[in-house]
Design a binder for this molecule. Structure first.
Ligand code: PLP
Length: 391
């Protein structure tokens, strides 16, 4: 078995996902790492470990893998995506400003509004698909610009390179939530972002059996803040969850390819189907930022949005008629899920703000899994046919 230094430096994503972050092997020969279920370590050990809140071999393995996959110098793992957001947020101080895309993950919005504001951080939300709104960044010179692309749930695509250029001209750092795209399809740091954030709960782990988060960067000062947050704020993951994620990430590339192929097929068929009001998928030419999506992503991802012209009750009834799509929050696992954003993921956002951002009552979000696409299509069709409006 080979150790990390023997992995060719030009090895591709699929190879690095499997071979980087494996350096426990030299001691034991074990092909798969043990789970280091230990809270503490003997002083003076060669790995430099002291206490699991501030480091564990299972974190080290996953951090090495994720840094490589995101083309980053550093990666720090956390207990969840929200822990990773918290780690970045607590890198700010009272008096700082964040300029954020308006259509962000619901729990990010809640953390900004209900926690950060209490500590004197100002947050300004703008629609960053509109280039004229970049002026808000130039005017406010925020400590941080917060991006998500594709956004949740509207799948808006933001121009990471253009926004990073504007932000850097006024000295602002750019954090980009890469959860929906995944490390395979999009590299925010290569596009100019300073921090790339993952909820590894989603596509990185891919099996809906562990929570986790990570922040990747090339910036030593931010990395110091991330390491500090991991231990000083108690945001560390469990060794077991990082072990599971290290296992899951090995198949990220092959899973993502199937997620993308299935979602594109369903998107095309839904768009062609009579009675469907709207379909949104980044790699459909009808997507408002289709060209940009093609430029900064190598695939459209596994998330798909549809509006069948339903009222809230009819949308929920459609969801109940599905058999293979389980109604659940979350996304990015091998199994297909379906979600009603207005009453689920975005329920914590006041209705007027939610609707102004485009999260309306008829909207249905699919996390398309890696089942056979014909079985998924048959399921959607039977659920639509059970409905007088869109039949
Ligand atoms: C799920 C998610 C998060 C939060 O991650 P958790 O692991 O659930 O804490 C953050 N951002 C996006 C875009 C997500 O989908």
């Amino acid at each position: 078995m080979k150790d990390d230094p023997s992995v060719p430096s030009d090895a591709r994503f699929e190879t690095r996902a499997i071979h980087i972050g494996q350096d426990w092997r030299a001691e034991t020969g074990a092909v798969i790492p043990p789970i280091y279920m230990t809270s503490t370590f003997e002083t003076g050990n060669p790995g430099g470990f002291d206490y699991t809140r501030s480091g564990n071999p299972n974190y080290r393995n996953l951090q090495a893998t994720l840094a490589s996959l995101e083309n980053a110098k550093h990666a720090t793992v956390f207990a969840s995506g929200v822990s990773a957001i918290t780690a970045i947020a607590f890198g700010l101080k009272s008096g700082d400003t964040i300029v954020s895309e308006q259509n962000i993950y619901g729990c990010t919005y809640r953390l900004f509004e209900r926690v950060l504001r209490k500590f004197g951080v100002a947050i300004e939300y703008v629609d960053l698909t509109v280039a004229a709104n970049y002026a808000t960044i130039t005017r406010l010179k925020p400590a941080l610009v917060w991006l998500e692309s594709p956004t949740n749930p509207l799948l808006k695509i933001l121009d990471i390179q253009a926004i990073s250029d504007v932000a850097h001209r006024v000295g602002s750092a750019v954090a980009m939530d890469n959860t929906f795209a995944s490390s395979l399809l999009q590299r925010p740091l290569d596009l100019g972002a300073d921090l790339s954030l993952l909820s590894t709960t989603k596509y990185t782990n891919g099996h809906s059996d562990a929570l986790g988060g990570a922040v990747c960067s090339n910036d030593d000062a931010w990395q110091e803040k991330m390491i500090f947050a991991q231990k000083a704020l108690g945001l560390q993951p469990s060794p077991f969850d990082t072990w599971l994620t290290s296992r899951g990430v090995k198949t990220e590339a092959i899973r993502m390819e199937r997620h993308c192929a299935n979602a594109l097929t369903l998107a095309q068929r839904l768009e062609a189907r009579a009675g469907v009001k709207s379909v949104r998928y980044p790699f459909l030419p009808s997507h408002p930022q289709y060209e940009l999506a093609r430029k900064q992503m190598t695939g459209g991802g596994g998330m798909l949005l549809a509006d069948f012209g339903h009222s809230q009750d009819d949308a929920l009834a459609f969801i109940r008629r599905l058999h293979l799509f389980t109604q659940a929050e979350s996304l990015g696992g091998i199994e297909s899920l379906v979600c009603h954003p207005a009453t689920m993921t975005h329920a914590s956002i006041p209705k007027d703000i939610r609707e102004a951002a485009g999260v309306t009552d008829g909207l249905i979000r699919f996390s398309v899994g890696i089942e056979h696409v014909e079985d998924l299509w048959t399921d959607i069709e039977q659920a639509l046919e059970g409905d007088g409006n869109a039949g």
